[in-house]
Design a protein around this ligand. Structure first.
Ligand code: GLN
Length: 452
């Protein structure tokens, strides 16, 4: 089998299903075939870790010469002149980039309905959302269009769509994967991570993209372990904490049942499961939406129609150039976040909102620290429900925000977590989330692997 064969397969599958799933914003068939030819022609040289495997990239990760829109009209023409660090690492690993994947505009959302181009549909049932914001990344893998993909996770955007689409999604420890070339949403929370069909692929892809990068000041300078060697299948004596807040009110009983049934597998293999409390969980959503929106309002200031973005036509003066470019370029959810964040950061309100939310964030982190003194991992559902119907929550931002209640605490604490499929409820996949200590990706991968 040649790389060209693999690439052929990928585009054949895309031609067959993407009209329905609509996971892609942009295909790069010419570029992918050229890469495939080069890789096929490389004789006798040592092969990269992911040699010849077709990959899809979330459209907020900059790709040299390939549009990077963040699913926003504002960036519809943005054609980066450089590669994100993860793209350089993928090139070293010798993957083949098939195209750019749909998302919620600027990664704000949990359903892909906030893409300014078109929604993406859940491959298991096209009436349902694939989740978000990395919905295109999850759907493309679930539908077999690419071997694996990259997404980004600020409050759950890798894990929640992975859960809704029945695949594996990993959010690494904050700082493990370079964000140089990831269009910033909320800089203290954003992480890039893999979406894959199984846990082994997740370990491979993480291996390829993790590691220190001097171009990202938040990148951790740590040794990267061999993630593959963690997949031993052995969970004997492992201590698993189940937070009672993750199984309580608001969690669909069928989702809860699927997770608890899957946990029996681990208990059967000798793991010890005990109930714990993460008492500040209930404040996580409120703190996150203040912090993430505040950071976004600052990060998105660069999109002004001058430095970045499509410029409004015939403005009468500079102020009008800014206001019209931003009014025309951003969609409603992005505007909502910018307004909320600007308000929370404004003079006189900073202490009451931003600073308070920072304090709550510390308490949430301390909850995890305490549990991790005694336990190896924390397990719960990835999301309170399975995927919901397209259109059913779009007019109700608060309900939409509450879908993130189980993923957000992980970003606030900066720790890693993985979502793995653990069964079905009403014909749709259920995701189980395994949360680990900072930089202990090996353990969450090992536990996740034990389910397969
Ligand atoms: N759904 C969350 C939000 O809308 C998470 C987004 C993300 O992780 N990028 O902010």
């Amino acid at each position: 089998i040649t790389v060209t064969d693999l690439v052929d397969e990928s585009y054949k599958r895309i031609a067959a299903v993407d009209g329905k799933v609509q996971a892609f914003l942009k295909l790069d068939e010419e570029g992918a075939r050229e890469t495939a030819r080069q890789l096929d022609g490389q004789a006798g040289e040592e092969r990269g870790l992911l040699f010849g495997l077709p990959i899809g990239i979330k459209d907020n990760i900059v790709t040299e010469g390939l549009t990077t829109t963040c699913a926003s009209q504002f960036l519809r023409n943005y054609n980066p002149i450089y590669d994100a660090t993860v793209m350089r690492k993928l090139k070293r690993a010798q993957t083949v980039t098939v195209g750019k994947l749909n998302m919620d505009e600027f990664a704000m959302g949990g359903s892909n309905e906030n893409s300014s181009f078109h929604p993406t549909y859940n491959p298991w049932n096209l009436d349902y959302v694939p989740g978000g914001s990395s919905g295109g990344s999850a759907a493309a893998v679930a539908a077999g269009e690419v071997y694996f993909s990259l997404g980004s996770d600020t409050g759950g955007s890798i894990r929640q769509p992975a859960g809704y689409c029945g695949i594996v999604g990993l959010k690494p420890t904050y700082g493990l994967v370079s964000r140089f070339g990831l269009v910033a949403f909320a800089s203290s929370l954003d992480q890039i991570g893999p979406l894959t069909k199984n846990v082994e692929d997740s370990a491979y892809l993480l291996q390829a993209i993790a590691g220190h990068d001097p171009q990202d000041s938040t990148s951790l300078n740590v040794d990267i372990p061999d993630y593959l060697s963690a997949l031993t299948g052995d969970v004997k004596g492992l201590r698993i904490a189940l937070p009672k807040e993750y199984f309580g009110e608001g969690i669909d009983p069928k989702v809860k049942d699927a997770v608890l049934t899957a946990l029996k597998v681990l208990e059967g293999q000798g793991a010890v499961v005990e109930e714990v409390s993460l008492p500040h969980s209930e404040y996580a959503v409120a703190a996150y939406y203040l912090l993430a929106s505040s950071e976004a309002s600052s990060n998105l200031a660069r999109f002004d129609g001058v430095r970045y973005g499509v410029r409004a036509e015939n403005p009468n003066n500079l102020l009008e150039l800014y206001t019209r470019s931003r009014s025309e370029g951003f969609g409603p959810e992005v505007k909502r976040r910018i307004m909320l964040g600007t308000y929370a950061l404004s003079s006189g309100y900073y202490d009451a909102y931003y600073l308070k939310a920072q304090k709550v964030r510390t308490l949430i982190k301390q909850d995890f620290d305490q549990v991790f003194e005694k336990y190896d991992v924390v397990i719960g559902p990835t999301a309170p429900t399975t995927a919901f119907k397209i259109g059913s929550q779009i007019d109700d931002p608060l309900t939409m925000y509450l879908n993130d209640i189980l993923t957000i605490p992980v970003n606030l604490a900066g720790v890693p977590a993985i979502s793995v499929p653990c069964g079905f409820a009403d014909g749709l996949p259920v995701g189980l989330q395994i949360i680990g200590k900072a930089l202990d990706e090996s353990t969450i991968l090992r536990v996740a692997h034990a389910f397969e």
